[in-house]
Ligand binder design. Structure first.
Ligand SMILES: C[S@@+](CC[C@H](N)C(=O)[O-])C[C@H]1O[C@@H](n2cnc3c(N)ncnc32)[C@H](O)[C@@H]1O
Length: 220
């Protein structure tokens, strides 16, 4: 029976399990050794394992490929897993500038980028997003911006993206549900809600219900 035909089903019902996610990841988003190395780096080195999931990583890669993106900015590199996915989407001749403020994370990411043979595409910029973004502006306009760093600044990052993404380009924001705290009364939740609302003004938007929400916008 389809969910629609089930009189007990309703919005919010979930049909997924860890087993289903693992199986579909294996079928659709399996890793080659370079992706696996970047994915495993947090567990191997003790930095937080807070990268996007396999399916979300593959989605990032496919989305930038679908719009034939050549210039992408990422805020929040960690060990380079999503940067590698984005770089594979843009392909040879493309550029991914990925911003990371923790020098240890940046160093691990650079190593993974080198091992993946993507040094000509990915540049890891060390520094705080709000300090590095103005320096990148000269390379714009950009085809896509992926935001996956400090949540309290998502509204600022979204504004920068609105000013620097070309028409038809993409805004991508991970953790758009703010770990379930989006509607709480806190400065970070308020910033995240502003991110949603302001994004909607400049982009055609949807919030995809991935485990923690992925905001997707297409620049008008
Ligand atoms: C969720 S992780 C990024 C995961 C990565 N996008 C992936 O999926 O592989 C967030 C990263 O943002 C970095 N970060 C936090 N605040 C930042 C800031 N203000 N500017 C730049 N990077 C920041 C953290 O050090 C961390 O490595």
């Amino acid at each position: 029976m389809s969910p629609m035909a089930d009189p007990t089903s309703r919005a919010g019902t979930t049909y997924v399990s860890q087993e289903i996610i693992a199986w579909t990841n294996r079928v659709h988003a399996s890793h080659d050794p370079s992706l696996q190395a970047a994915f495993d780096t947090p567990a191997m080195t003790g930095i937080p394992a807070i990268m996007v999931g396999e399916s979300e990583g593959k989605l990032l890669s496919m989305l930038v490929a679908m719009i034939r993106a050549k210039k992408v900015v990422e805020i929040g590199t960690l060990a380079g897993y999503s940067a590698i996915q984005l770089a594979r989407g843009v392909g040879l001749g493309g550029r991914v500038w990925s911003i990371e403020n923790d020098p240890k994370h940046a160093e691990l990411a650079r190593e993974n980028v080198r091992t993946a043979g993507l040094g000509a595409i990915i540049t890891v910029e060390v520094g705080a997003g709000l300090e590095v973004l103005p320096r990148l502006q000269a390379h714009g306009p950009f085809d896509a911006v992926f935001i996956d760093a400090d949540k309290a600044n998502y509204d600022e990052y979204g504004r920068w993206a609105a000013a620097n993404v070309r028409p038809g380009g993409l805004l991508l924001g991970d953790n758009a549900f703010l770990f379930g705290k989006l509607l709480e009364d806190s400065p970070t939740a308020a910033a995240m809600r502003r991110f949603h609302e302001e994004a909607r003004a400049a982009f055609e938007t949807v919030c995809i219900p991935t485990p923690d929400g992925l905001l997707l916008g297409v620049r008008r």
